[in-house]
Design a protein. Structure first.
Length: 279
């Protein structure tokens, strides 16, 4: 969860193609702050922690809606899209057919909380469908959660690449260097999730994944939020970066993050020491 939040914070100053498409930049500045990506990531996590896979889908969706509206209304200026902003205010909110990348950026908790890939994907689909019920919106959330699950349970990067390409049909053949020149600000799952996965696959440690993602440009906070969530599951995160994330969150959001950290299962790197590769 820290990975998604750090990605959001580090990417936020460079959103809307504001960066120079380079890996050389300060990780933090006064403009590095949480956005709607962190708020909704934590809102989804809060709802999933209060649910179990044995609950009915409708019950889980009701908890998701309640939590997302609660936190969204608490932070109304976090940077939501227009349709989602309206959804937050509705008394009986319904999904609106979106395939925007908002479904993918908030799905990371589903990648951590469950013991098998089938349940992981089912819960990720539910987190998307309360708003983003277009097949591409659902697929984006499911793909992100699946990569996190595979990464934290010991799959190698080539195994992850093969799974994503075969199950979700994303083209992962391009490198970051090939993506970077023509990539621009776009907010669809189809043009964010594959790029985030590529940034993760090419990274050599957590920080390198973050730098890869920011260097691509585009919808940088969301792209880097997604890539960071995957990088955490594979590499772990240095404690100094976790601390930086927590200090930049308000108390209520930090409380959800800390609760999640206590609840999440161990990752493969917890026992094998992958975090040793982080600077």
């Amino acid at each position: 969860m820290h990975g998604a939040i750090l990605g959001d914070m580090i990417g936020s100053p460079y959103e809307f193609d504001m960066g120079e498409k380079t890996k050389e930049f300060p990780l933090f500045s006064p403009q590095s702050q949480f956005t709607d990506d962190s708020v909704m990531t934590l809102a989804v996590a809060d709802a999933l922690m209060d649910s179990t896979p044995e609950d009915e889908n409708q019950t889980i969706c009701e908890r998701l809606v309640k939590s997302m509206q609660c936190f969204g209304r608490r932070y109304p200026d976090a940077g939501y899209g227009c349709m989602f902003q309206s959804w937050l205010r509705e008394k009986d909110p319904q999904p609106y057919g979106s395939f925007g990348n908002g479904s993918a950026m908030r799905a990371s908790a589903a990648g951590w909380l469950y013991d098998d890939l089938e349940t992981t994907c089912r819960m990720a689909r539910l987190t998307a469908r309360v708003t983003h019920d277009h097949p591409e919106g659902v697929k984006g959330a499911e793909a992100v959660a699946a990569v996190i699950y595979l990464a934290r349970t010991g799959s190698g990067k080539e195994e992850i690449r093969a799974y994503v390409q075969s199950h979700f049909g994303y083209d992962l053949s391009r490198t970051c260097d090939e993506i970077r020149p023509d990539y621009h600000h776009v907010e669809t799952c189809q043009e964010t999730v594959p790029e985030a996965i590529t940034a993760f696959l090419e990274g050599e440690d957590f920080e390198d994944v973050i730098r890869n993602a920011v260097s691509l440009g585009g919808d940088c906070d969301t792209l880097t939020c997604i890539a960071g969530s995957m990088a955490e599951a594979f590499y772990g995160i240095p404690e100094n970066l976790k601390k930086e994330a927590r200090t930049r969150l308000p108390e209520d959001l930090r409380a959800v993050l800390e609760r999640f950290e206590r609840k999440r299962p161990s990752a493969d790197w917890d026992s094998r020491g992958r975090e040793a590769f982080c600077p």
